[in-house]
Write a protein that binds this ligand. Structure first.
Ligand SMILES: NC(=O)c1ccc[n+]([C@@H]2O[C@H](COP(=O)([O-])OP(=O)(O)OC[C@H]3O[C@@H](n4cnc5c(N)ncnc54)[C@H](OP(=O)(O)O)[C@@H]3O)[C@@H](O)[C@H]2O)c1
Length: 239
């Protein structure tokens, strides 16, 4: 059953990888999509694909670390479609090396995208969702929101922060019937990693489409059902 038909969905990190695959999966369900990323050219070509699949689409080029982008994209979707039903906080990246080698700038930039971006977009959509008495915020964290690895101090701590943020706002938003779901995934063959997407070393990893199918499953539940946490791995990855 398609519970997402004509629903309005704001998706960050839509230009590549998991976000792009999710946008295309949602487009096939006749949704109204707001797509956010920094690469405007990639958003423009994705918008054409989304509209060809029968969904309506607005694109917003810029960084999720910019509060004015969160406010502007939310306002535009509310103006055009009247509501925002789902926010998918997906934009993010990683950086891996011994912790003493990270610069202050690297720390600030990664936290600005992974942590502050999730805060800013959640803050922007929450009032309309609370007023509507429904809505859904989905956070694409990582399994390293629940475990760590050496050289992962910056990335893992940002994902732990997303996990804690999601847990806390879940408690605040549940009385307003707004759902909060956090996704904890293992390795996905996206643009995220040092080796390019499609590299032979990634052959056993999750595909972007596996993630997209999972995210659609989480979003496409009946009104009375919430998937609070969703853990997913390639079968060959130890966890
Ligand atoms: N790949 C994995 O193995 C894996 C595992 C667990 C969790 N994750 C999480 O999954 C999410 C998506 O990553 P991915 O694997 O799909 O990586 P990806 O292929 O590199 O895609 C990342 C997306 O985020 C966007 N983005 C990055 N920084 C941004 C910013 N400041 N403002 C707006 N958009 C920004 C990128 O677009 P632009 O460059 O155009 O801005 C791109 O669309 C991330 O949060 C990541 O931590 C990934």
């Amino acid at each position: 059953m398609n519970h997402l038909q004509h629903k309005t969905i704001l998706l960050t990190g839509a230009s590549k990888g998991i976000g792009r695959a999710t946008a295309l999966a949602l487009a096939g369900l006749q949704t109204n999509l707001g797509l956010v990323a920094r690469s405007e050219a990639e958003l423009l070509s994705l918008k054409a694909e989304v509209e060809a699949l029968g969904s309506q689409c607005e694109i917003f080029a810029g960084s999720v670390a910019d509060e004015s982008l969160a406010v502007r994209s939310t306002a535009k979707l509310l103006d055009r479609f009247g509501r925002i039903d789902v926010l998918i906080n997906n934009a993010g990246y990683g950086n891996s090396k011994p912790f003493e080698q990270f610069t202050e700038q690297e720390w600030d930039e990664l936290y600005a995208t992974n942590v502050k971006g999730t805060f800013l977009f959640s803050k922007a959509v929450a009032p309309a969702m609370k007023q509507a008495g429904s809505g859904h915020i989905i956070i694409i964290a990582s399994d390293v929101a629940k475990r760590t690895f050496a050289t992962g101090a910056l990335y893992c701590s940002s994902k732990y922060a997303q996990h804690a943020f999601g847990d806390a706002i879940r408690k605040e938003l549940r009385p307003h019937k707004v759902k909060v779901s956090t996704v904890y995934s293992g390795l996905v063959d996206s643009y995220f990693h040092a080796d390019p997407q499609g590299a032979a070393s990634h052959s056993w990893w999750l595909q972007n489409e596996d993630m997209a199918r999972s995210i659609v499953f989480i979003a496409n539940q009946p009104a009375h059902v919430v998937i609070d946490e969703f853990m997913i791995h390639p079968l060959e990855q130890d966890y």
